[in-house]
Write a protein that binds this ligand. Structure first.
Ligand code: ZN
Length: 459
């Protein structure tokens, strides 16, 4: 009888696995969520300037933390996609701003690439919201111009950096008020852009920090005018910080150490470089670079620290070079030859560096007031937003339990900290097992079945 019992267990498991989970519907009070990203806004930028009344107001009326722990690598595309998926970069696959993937067409990815397949396999917060019947609008975000799993936000725009920030704010608030959207995301490419050419402490950068405070003020004012300020849970954060650098003097010229007999291609360069070795030349390439000053050589499985969560994806090339803070890696010796002006600020460095850490501040009905809490991770933002919207999260690397420190009222069901170091396959069991209530239903059903089989055996 034992085989029958095993077979039944498997059949029951399969049956449960093929069932579709009920569509998550928002219940209880309807809440709205706005996620704001100000690119490259360092966690300590507010201490660099004196005139930030709107951030000051957010701190007084809301909750903050010393910094939010962002993912590695500290580049714009990977970090932004982490925020909206709750996945480490090796899990969602957007592992740099420039990438190479043999299975894609075209095989190279740059920041203008919107080919849907590069983003496939992962659920974003706007997808989760829309699946639950909510309305989501995105005024620029990494990935929002592509159909991910067949879905785009209800409102979205192809990226155009020349659109005034004020216009972006006004449009977002219109979506949230007149169109009654539940979720809104908005992206600003400052103060990152200015800090690259002026450095994080440059005069123009300091001015830009204060200008972004004014943009935050406009958002708060518009939400007040539309009676939404106390109904919206507003999160203001960033993708990474900004380190002082000098791309003319602190430059690692790869031509001094290797040539095309060892390197097939350099996919990404700057604070971080991805090298594709010539066939069979990986070890020779590593040997040629391992003693170069001001950088580390990371060889995927070999010596990439677990804490980086940065090895388990085919788009991470066999040899990754990570510059020391402030240094720039170039394949041809001149950063300017890449059509880039002299950089006095950059990012992409190790995420434990103080300079790479982003700001986080939030206010709204769900958040604590005038509070400073322990840092959480950027992978926690996705499950936090799902909780605020009262919808089911997709499998993710984040923890609502960690993010609960921000909330006035903790979640009813404590969530286990879920931080796997490898990508989670998006299959039925792993999907369901990350949802505690579904998991307990499954275990309960299996327990009952076991009792029934035992009973039938006795009969
Ligand atoms: Zn950025």
């Amino acid at each position: 009888m034992e085989p029958l019992r095993s077979t039944s267990w498997i059949m029951m498991s399969l049956m449960l696995c093929t069932m579709q989970p009920a569509q998550a519907a928002p219940v209880g009070n309807k809440t709205k969520v706005i996620l704001v990203s100000m690119d490259g806004f360092r966690h300590d930028y507010l201490t660099f300037v004196n005139n930030t009344p709107n951030f000051d107001r957010m701190l007084q009326e809301g909750v903050t933390m010393p910094w939010i722990r962002n993912t590695f690598t500290t580049l714009t595309f990977p970090c932004h996609f982490t925020m909206v998926t709750g996945l480490y970069e090796e899990s969602h696959g957007i592992i740099a701003n420039n990438m190479y993937d043999e299975d894609m067409s075209p095989r190279y990815f740059g920041m203008g690439t919107t080919v849907d397949e590069w983003w496939t396999g992962h659920e974003t917060i706007w997808t989760s919201a829309q699946k639950a019947g909510l309305k989501a609008g995105v005024y620029f975000w990494v990935g929002s111009a592509s159909k991910i799993e067949g879905v785009r936000p209800e409102k979205w725009f192809r990226y155009n950096g020349s659109i005034p920030f004020e216009e972006r704010v006004d449009t977002l608030v219109k979506w949230m008020s007149e169109d009654d959207f539940d979720l809104g995301l908005i992206y600003f490419n400052e103060p990152d852009h200015t800090a690259h050419t002026n450095g994080p402490r440059g005069k123009k950068t300091l001015h830009e920090i204060e200008r972004m405070d004014g943009i935050l003020g406009r958002l708060l004012d518009k939400l007040t005018e539309t009676n939404l300020l106390d109904k919206v849970n507003l999160i203001v954060t960033s993708d990474h910080g900004m380190a002082e650098t000098d791309s003319d003097t602190k430059l690692i010229d790869l031509r001094d150490y290797v040539n095309s007999t060892l390197v097939k291609n350099v996919v990404q360069q700057g604070a971080l470089a991805h090298l594709i070795p010539q066939p069979g030349k990986t070890q020779d390439l590593v040997d040629a670079l391992k003693d170069v000053e001001h950088m580390r050589v990371l060889v995927k499985e070999d010596n990439t620290p677990e804490r980086l969560h940065y090895k388990d994806h085919s788009r991470i090339q066999p040899v990754v070079l990570l510059a020391d803070e402030g240094w720039t890696i170039s394949e041809n010796g001149t950063w300017r030859r890449l059509n880039m002006v002299r950089f006095l600020g950059d990012h992409g460095y190790d995420n434990i560096l103080n300079s790479m850490r982003p700001i986080f501040v939030a206010r709204g009905p769900a958040f604590k007031q005038n509070a400073v809490v322990e840092s959480i991770d950027t992978v926690d933002i996705y499950p936090l937003m799902c909780h605020l919207l009262n919808i089911e999260p997709a499998p993710n690397n984040g923890s609502l339990q960690r993010a609960a420190t921000l909330l006035r009222v903790p979640p009813r069901t404590p969530q286990p900290i879920n931080s796997p170091t490898t990508p989670q396959p998006i299959n039925c069991l792993s999907d369901w097992s990350t949802r505690p209530e579904v998991c307990s239903y499954l275990l309960g059903a299996l327990f009952l079945l076991n009792r029934l089989i035992k009973y039938s055996i006795v009969l």
